[in-house]
Design a binder for this molecule. Sequence first.
Ligand SMILES: CC(C)(COP(=O)(O)OP(=O)(O)OC[C@H]1O[C@@H](n2cnc3c(N)ncnc32)[C@H](O)[C@@H]1OP(=O)(O)O)[C@@H](O)C(=O)NCCC(=O)NCCS
Length: 168
Amino acid sequence: MFRLLPERPGDLDEVEALYDLCFAPGRRALSSYRLREGAPPIPGLCRVARDEFDALAGAIRFWPVRIGESGAPALLLGPVAVHPTRQGEGLGGALIADGLERAAEAGWTRALLVGDEPYYRRFGFTRAQAEALAFPPPTNPDRLLARALAPDAFDDVAGLVRRWDDDA
Ligand SMILES: CC(C)(COP(=O)(O)OP(=O)(O)OC[C@H]1O[C@@H](n2cnc3c(N)ncnc32)[C@H](O)[C@@H]1OP(=O)(O)O)[C@@H](O)C(=O)NCCC(=O)NCCS
């Protein structure tokens, strides 16, 4: 049994430790992290999953970013991680589906992530929707995925994904 809860300031160290456990060393060198420096994560969309003993089993965060010259707003999903002992129980899926539902309710129309399409396709993320987008290097462009949270949200949206506070 898991409870999905808002991430609170007191969860920070535990969540960071979970990400350290689940991702390769050097995760903070990824271009996603540079994009996240432009703004804080979105409080209502950062969530943790705790088990019946209150142990942290999973966590997800979302950051705001902009796309291209128009500066179209989008959400960058991630990091999302589930503790290795709790993987494969549907928790990652629950965190992602819950987060995307809340994002759409909050009025966000575009979501992006860098990840494996075979996993994220089930949540509506595809490489095809991200075809006109570019991500700062050294990210592998084949791993940039997008999902429209409102009809036609990626029509006429193209260009480089950039920081929320980048007014260029
Ligand atoms: C990716 C992750 C969040 C998924 O969480 P989870 O709770 O194990 O996922 P779920 O239980 O909802 O889904 C499990 C299914 O996803 C599949 N899956 C998990 N990672 C996958 C991947 N990278 N590619 C393809 N399928 C994947 C599993 O094989 C399983 O398939 P099944 O339903 O056919 O059995 C978790 O494995 C994790 O924390 N991994 C390490 C960190 C990471 O890679 N995060 C994502 C960064 S892009």
